[in-house]
Design a protein around this ligand. Structure first.
Ligand code: 13P
Ligand code: ZN
Ligand code: NA
Length: 274
């Protein structure tokens, strides 16, 4: 099934679709083992840094092969694409979906760059995500946030024809110093005026109850990155401290398993059942 159809189906059922970033074979395997165990679909995301790290074609081939091997329904998505050229390269490499992140641009310029990517991506039958308002990037002060308004969201989706919209309602990338307080009234107001798929960035560190509330009020795509990196590396560091094994195939599985347990927990939240 096309990602767009799946997102629309999940929107109707008020369910979340987890979008996890992957960095290497092990994190990918950890995510897909969880998805396979629970029979849930998943979006596999790549940022430009991960693409540069693995190589564009290697990353896509790895993602696709692993989905098939695990028997998981999934899609490959460009996360926080910074230019039309990168989005184009990903479309040519076979991505199912691309994000063009014009969130730091003035409204009109964001409309322009997003419209250009929509025009190109729809020729490939690919899904497009944009960001309106601003979700603080990793390491940035959370005061950087610029909250999304319902009026702007409506105008932006109408002007661009974008399929999915990342909104700023109180989350930030990375962990939080204090528990975040999502702005649910703002989310409901946005959900009321647009049919675009609403996307929650910065989900690491958001408590389960708030993730559930956000899904109930219209968030569909839930982006998770930092918690995956964190549990993988913390577990790996512990293993390396505790033993001198040099067969990496005996060491990495501990870290992979920790990712699987984390993702199983998050996937159960996505179902949005009490
Ligand atoms: P976290 O790193 O807070 O999970 O955010 C992930 C994200 O938004 C990826 O686009
Ligand atoms: Zn993000
Ligand atoms: Na976060």
């Amino acid at each position: 099934m096309k990602l767009k159809s799946k997102l629309q189906e999940f929107q109707q059922h008020k369910r979340g679709l987890l979008a996890t970033n992957f960095y290497n074979y092990e994190t990918l395997n950890g995510v897909l083992t969880a998805a396979s165990n629970l029979g849930e679909p998943v979006i596999l995301q790549l940022t430009k840094s991960s693409i540069d790290y693995m190589g564009l074609n290697t990353a896509v081939a790895l993602g696709r092969a692993a989905l098939a091997e695990h028997g998981v329904e999934g899609w490959i998505h460009l996360d926080h694409g910074g230019s039309v050229d990168l989005a184009q390269a990903c479309l040519d490499a076979g991505f199912d979906s691309v994000m063009i992140d014009g969130s730091e641009l003035p409204f009109e310029e964001n409309v322009k760059i997003t419209s250009e990517v929509v025009k190109r991506a729809h020729k490939y039958g690919a899904n497009v995500e944009a960001e309106l308002g601003y979700v603080a990037k990793l390491g940035q002060s959370h005061e950087h946030a610029g909250f999304t308004t319902a009026d702007e969201a409506k105008a932006f989706v109408e002007a661009t024809g974008v399929d999915a919209l990342a909104i700023s309602i109180g989350t930030a990338h990375g962990f939080y110093k204090e528990e975040p307080k999502l702005q649910f009234d703002r989310l409901s107001a946005i959900a009321e005026v647009t049919e675009a798929t609403l996307v929650l960035h910065g989900s690491s560190g958001v408590p389960e109850s708030q993730l559930r509330e956000a899904i109930s009020r219209g968030i569909v795509k839930v982006n998770l990155a930092t918690e995956i990196k964190n549990i993988f590396m913390k577990t790996l560091q512990q293993q390396l401290r505790d033993n001198e094994e040099i067969d990496l195939r005996k060491v990495f599985p501990f870290a992979t398993k920790a990712v699987t347990e984390l993702v199983e927990y998050k996937l159960n939240i996505m179902k949005n059942k009490k």
